[in-house]
Design a protein around this ligand. Structure first.
Ligand code: AMP
Ligand code: GLY
Length: 419
């Protein structure tokens, strides 16, 4: 079987790595991929938003199955473009990816179907939004409706901050069109957990849980990033919590989408918060999380392609999905300065040493290969995943990996996995 993976980050490297481990795919392609992915797949220089070029490549090369990793193409309708040509593709259609693409849509769905989430109001009118903020308790949360690279959420401690934030989103359009509509939400507290699930439109099968570390510096200090590290399983996601989530959140969401004529096929990501009033949905994503995928897929025993095919074929209820009873921790090595400005082009050393270890996997997020050497080429450069019998062991192994792999101005958090 020939498989194409669309995307270029650590998440896509983890998907390609897992496909290669499973051995069911005879040939793996990645568009556009990156320097490290090129070790495990044939990279083709087509951007994730170039739908016509992607479908043409798939037709010309008789690719049997395509997996979409990123949110932008999904929200933009890449699955619909593939299906229009009769091509097999894994991911939600545009009318289901809206669960990630519009926060106003997802909040409305949760309200309509009684799925627990923070109280909120949606506004397209700036004056009305201002008047509403004036009357609310603090802190208050502002969210740009559309995709904003994870930066469209502001937690405001004062009225002044909230009014300034509203102006930036709605008037100055700091997040472009994404912010012309805003969701204003009640501030919740509690630990967060990510539960990703496989869906075939009717059945939902949760994966093992994970926790992300979004802030740039130790102790959750500094700016929000795409994610500085993850671990799996989460300590707060007990079997009892999982059961409640299944009945109150996962099944109701998938049923609601089906009822709305928007069956969700693909990976549905539940961003959850365990509040004093129980588990609530903070956000939905319509794809694998990054870097959650770098700790989840190494724990999956069953072959990934079979699960994805079952999703596309609507036979997920018959699928036996097995996980290893272990733990994984991923520490992101980023370019110093990320998520603000940083330099690129530094040589990466120590990758061969790390490759000798079977309990360490190095996923490439922003790297470039030239003359057999690897160079930094992005904010998040590598994800170093350690696999152990429990979290404590996985943490030690991941940090042994971090000690092996170097580049100039390397920045990483020292506290991944200990929350
Ligand atoms: P989101 O992009 O919706 O996941 O939001 C990014 C981050 O903002 C989340 O991971 C939370 O840490 C935080 N956040 C979002 N919504 C709320 C809320 N209602 N109350 C408290 N924190 C929130
Ligand atoms: N790690 C968070 C996300 O993928 O959205």
């Amino acid at each position: 079987m020939k498989v194409l993976v669309v995307g270029s980050g650590g998440r896509e490297h983890a998907i390609v790595w897992k496909l290669k481990q499973d051995g069911r795919a005879d040939e793996i392609f990645c568009a556009p991929g990156n320097g490290g992915i090129a070790q495990d797949a044939t990279c083709v220089p087509i951007g994730a938003m170039e739908f016509d070029k992607l479908t043409a490549f798939v037709e010309e090369n008789q690719i049997d199955f395509t997996i979409i990793g990123m949110d932008d193409p999904l929200v933009g309708g890449v699955v619909d473009a593939f299906e229009a040509k009769g091509l097999r593709v894994f991911g939600p259609r545009k009318n289901a990816a809206i669960l990630e693409g519009s926060k106003a849509f997802s909040k409305e769905l949760m309200k309509k179907y009684g799925i627990p989430t923070a109280g909120y109001e949606t506004f397209s009118d700036y004056e009305a939004a201002k008047a509403y903020v004036e009357k609310q308790d603090l802190p208050i949360v502002l969210k740009a409706d559309g995709l904003a690279l994870g930066k469209g959420v502001l937690i405001c401690q004062t009225k002044e901050e909230a009014l300034e934030g509203l102006k930036e989103m709605m008037i100055d359009q700091k997040f472009g069109k994404s912010g012309t509509k805003v969701v204003i939400e009640e501030f919740l507290t509690g630990p967060e957990v990510s539960v990703l699930s496989f869906c075939d439109g009717k059945t939902v099968r949760p994966m093992v849980s994970a926790q992300d570390h979004k802030r740039a510096y130790d102790g959750d200090q500094g700016l929000n990033t795409g994610g500085m590290g993850t671990f799996s399983p989460s300590r707060i996601y007990t079997e009892e919590v999982a059961k409640t989530c299944m009945e109150e959140i996962f099944k109701p969401t998938v049923a609601a989408m089906a009822k709305e004529g928007r069956p969700f096929v693909g990976v549905l990501y539940f961003g959850l918060m365990l509040t004093p009033k129980g588990m609530k949905v903070i956000e939905y994503n319509a794809r694998f999380g990054d870097p959650e995928t770098q700790v989840i897929l190494p724990r999956l025993k069953t072959d990934l392609l079979s699960i994805m095919e079952a999703c596309v074929d609507g036979t997920l209820d018959q699928m036996d999905i097995e996980w290893y009873d272990n733990a994984a921790v991923c520490v992101v090595e980023a370019s110093g300065g990320y998520p603000e400005s940083y330099e690129k082009g530094f040589e990466i050393t120590g990758l061969e040493e790390a490759a000798k270890r079977d309990d360490i996997v190095v996923f490439h997020a922003g790297t470039k290969a030239e003359n057999g050497k690897f160079y930094t080429n992005g904010g998040r450069v590598l994800g170093i995943t350690g696999i152990g019998k429990d979290l404590q062991e996985a943490i030690s192994i991941a940090y042994e990996g971090v000690e092996l792999v170097h580049f100039e101005k390397k920045h990483f958090r020292h506290d991944i996995g200990i929350k």
